[in-house]
Structures are given as structure tokens and as C-alpha cells.
Design a protein around this ligand. Structure first.
Ligand SMILES: NC(=O)c1ccc[n+]([C@@H]2O[C@H](COP(=O)([O-])OP(=O)(O)OC[C@H]3O[C@@H](n4cnc5c(N)ncnc54)[C@H](O)[C@@H]3O)[C@@H](O)[C@H]2O)c1
Length: 338
């Protein structure tokens, strides 16, 4: 059984600790945070797990095979590269790094050392997103035409990253998984309503070519919580509402039919509406993070390539960095270089 350490025990880290402990028991061997209050809380909940306030203790321990990192985004690169250099497999929280340059260096380092590098794009392990992927891959929606994602609520303000870096990786990784390629370009708008200039509302537009466009709205000021994605296809369309426990996915057999007419000698394009059934695929209830932690352990034990590997993390950082540049340039179109 692999031996795992978790670094970063703030808001998200304890969820990793709970899930690793459920699978590994005492092989979740070390929990680390530079803040003694955070380690004390974990010590009380898991008295058998070793505690440290120094990440170097984790890297220096030859008994630790793998490290999960749930610290603020600006620390990911330094901690993840130190772990890989110490011979550990790494599960790093999303977004993988704060800059494209560091994301590229981290992926190169993992390749060079033949190390497992996985990013916690947690929604890709959730039952509704897995079902969406099956529906898209089966061709049920036809050609993808547009995607609309909304992830808004009165949010926890971060100081090191804006709302796009904090919330958009969820939807960007879902769409990346569905579409299977990078967009050609990004145009984004954002605004800050506090004195620190960190954007708390943002709109990202991604142009995937082939007439597929996608919009992402992320917002920390919204009075209500919405978690919604719509994928429009040439045959059918799909709506994913993560907050509707009974009907999280709905597939609509609705769309348009286009006819050419040459009434009175004039060629015209006529658009008819086509309406059909609405279908709710069953999706089981499983905590996605349970699957993330199980998948990571499986990859480490059996030297498998993670579904959400470093390259997947790099694609999302590439889009985020382009979006950040576009926001600074007031919505200018920024081409994605690959
Ligand atoms: N996958 C998800 O759904 C999800 C959800 C929330 C947050 N996150 C990600 O998790 C990460 C942490 O977010 P959070 O909301 O828990 O942040 P947080 O600020 O609540 O917690 C971060 C913790 O890391 C500790 N820390 C900082 N630097 C450290 C270092 N060098 N070594 C050890 N500990 C250190 C801090 O003391 C703090 O306790 C971020 O990357 C965030 O984007 C992911």
C-alpha cells in the first residue's frame, strides 16, 4: 500500500485527508501545514497521523511515496517540484500552477523524472460529468455548437488569484474533457470591486474553431449560487445543473431544422424549430474526491497515467493565463499558442 502525505490543511486539504484516510488508514502517514492551528485541528481528528509544520520533513522522509498538495496556488510549483525531486508522486490542487512558465517546467520535470503528476480536476471524477462525457462521445448531441457555463455565488475572496483562476478551472476542465482540444483564442472581461484590484467577476469567451464557442461566467458577488452548464449540439442539447439533486442532467431533443427555399425565385434560408422529448439520465451519488484519491493511489501503485495528468493541468493554466492577459487588455482576443 502506498504511503501518502497531505500538505495544506486549510479549507480543502481536510477533505483530501478524510478521503485518503478512508482508503489508506494509517498509510496516510503525515499531514503538514505551516500554520500550527491547522495541524492541531487535524491532530485532534486523526490522532494516529504524524503532524509537521515543515514541508521539508515530508520531502526528506523516504517512507513517503506520494504527496497531495492543497496549499494556495502561488505555492504549488515550488512544493510540487520539490516533491518530485525528492522522488514522490504528486497530486496537486487545481489550478496546477500560477503561471504558464511554471506549469511547463513542472510537466517537463515530471516527464524527466518519470514521476506521476496528477491535478485535482475533481469534476472529471463526478458521476454527472462522466455521464456527460459518454453522451458527447456517443455522438448523441451531434456537432457541438455552443457551451455556456455559470459558476457564481457569494464567494470566499482569494488574495493571490482572481475569480477566474479560483473558479473557472472547474468548468474549463469539464469543457476540455468534452471537447478534447485547446481553444484557438480567448477573449475575457473582468472587474474588481475591492481596493486590491483582484477581479471578483469575470466572463471568458473561448473560440474553439469549427463554429464552436464557449462562455464561462464566474463571480464572487452573486447573491445566489448557480452551478450550471449547457452544451448545445446539432442534434440534441444537454443541461447540467449540479444543484438539482433529482435532475442533475437533462438531455433535450430540441433544436432547429434549416431549409433552403426558392420561393418566388429568391433563395432563402428558413429555420424551423424542432421539439422532442426531454430525458433525465440517472447519475449515482458518489463523492468525486473519493474517486480522485482512489485513482491517484491506483496510478501510484500501478504506474498508470492519471486521467487528469500534468498535461491536462497545463492546458487549463494556458487558458487561464491567456484569459488574464485578455482581461488586462480589456477583452482583446488572445491567441492560444501550443
Ligand atoms: N478541487 C477543488 O474543488 C478545490 C476546492 C477548493 C480549493 N481548491 C484548491 O485547493 C488549494 C487550497 O485552497 P484552500 O481554499 O484550501 O486554501 P486555504 O487558504 O484555506 O488553505 C491553504 C493552507 O495551506 C497552508 N500553507 C500555505 N503555504 C504553505 C506551505 N508552503 N507549506 C505548507 N502549508 C502551507 C496555509 O497555512 C493554509 O492552511 C488551492 O489551490 C485551491 O484552488 C480546490
Amino acid at each position: 500500500m502506498v504511503r501518502v502525505a497531505v500538505i495544506g490543511l486549510g479549507y480543502w486539504g481536510p477533505n483530501l485527508v478524510r478521503n485518503f484516510y478512508a482508503i489508506l488508514g494509517n498509510n496516510l502517514c503525515v499531514c503538514c501545514d505551516i500554520d500550527p492551528e491547522r495541524t492541531q485541528a487535524i491532530r485532534q481528528a486523526y490522532p494516529s497521523v504524524r503532524i509537521t509544520n515543515n514541508p521539508e520533513d515530508v520531502f526528506a522522509d523516504p517512507d513517503i511515496d506520494a504527496v497531495a498538495i492543497a496549499t494556495p496556488v502561488h505555492t504549488h510549483y515550488e512544493l510540487a517540484s520539490a516533491a518530485i525531486k525528492a522522488g514522490k508522486a504528486v497530486l496537486v490542487e487545481m489550478p496546477m500552477c500560477r503561471s504558464l512558465e511554471n506549469a511547463e517546467k513542472l510537466v517537463a520535470l515530471a516527464n524527466e523524472r518519470n514521476a506521476i503528476l496528477m491535478v485535482d480536476h475533481v469534476f472529471l471524477y463526478s458521476p454527472p460529468v462522466r455521464r456527460m462525457k459518454e453522451i458527447v462521445d456517443a455522438g448523441d448531441l451531434g456537432d457541438l455548437l455552443f457551451i455556456d457555463c455559470v459558476r457564481i455565488n457569494l464567494g470566499l475572496f482569494k488574495h493571490d488569484v482572481n475569480v477566474a483562476w479560483s473558479l473557472a478551472p472547474h468548468d474549463l476542465s469539464i469543457v476540455d474533457h468534452m471537447v478534447g482540444r485547446l481553444p484557438n483564442a480567448v477573449s475575457a472581461f473582468g472587474a474588481s470591486h475591492t481596493s486590491n484590484g483582484v477581479e471578483d467577476v469575470a466572463y471568458l469567451n473561448l473560440d474553439y474553431g469549427n463554429d464552436l464557442i464557449a462562455n464561462f461566467h464566474v463571480n464572487w458577488l452573486s447573491p445566489t449560487k448557480i452551478r450550471y452548464a449547457m452544451i448545445g449540439g446539432s442534434k440534441k442539447s444537454l443541461i447540467y445543473n449540479d444543484l438539482d439533486p433529482a435532475e442533475r442532467l437533462k438531455v433535450y431533443d430540441r433544436g432547429i431544422r434549416i431549409r433552403e427555399d426558392d420561393l418566388e425565385g429568391r433563395r432563402r434560408t428558413l429555420v424551423d424549430h424542432r421539439t422532442g422529448d426531454v430525458w433525465c439520465p440517472h447519475v449515482p451519488r458518489v463523492e468525486p474526491l473519493k474517486r480522485v484519491t482512489a485513482h491517484f493511489i491506483d496510478c501510484v501503485q500501478n504506474q498508470k497515467q492519471p486521467l487528469t495528468d500534468g498535461k491536462a493541468g497545463l492546458r487549463i493554466v494556458r487558458i487561464l493565463e491567456a484569459a488574464e492577459r485578455s482581461i488586462k487588455a480589456r477583452g482583446s482576443r488572445v491567441t492560444i499558442e501550443t
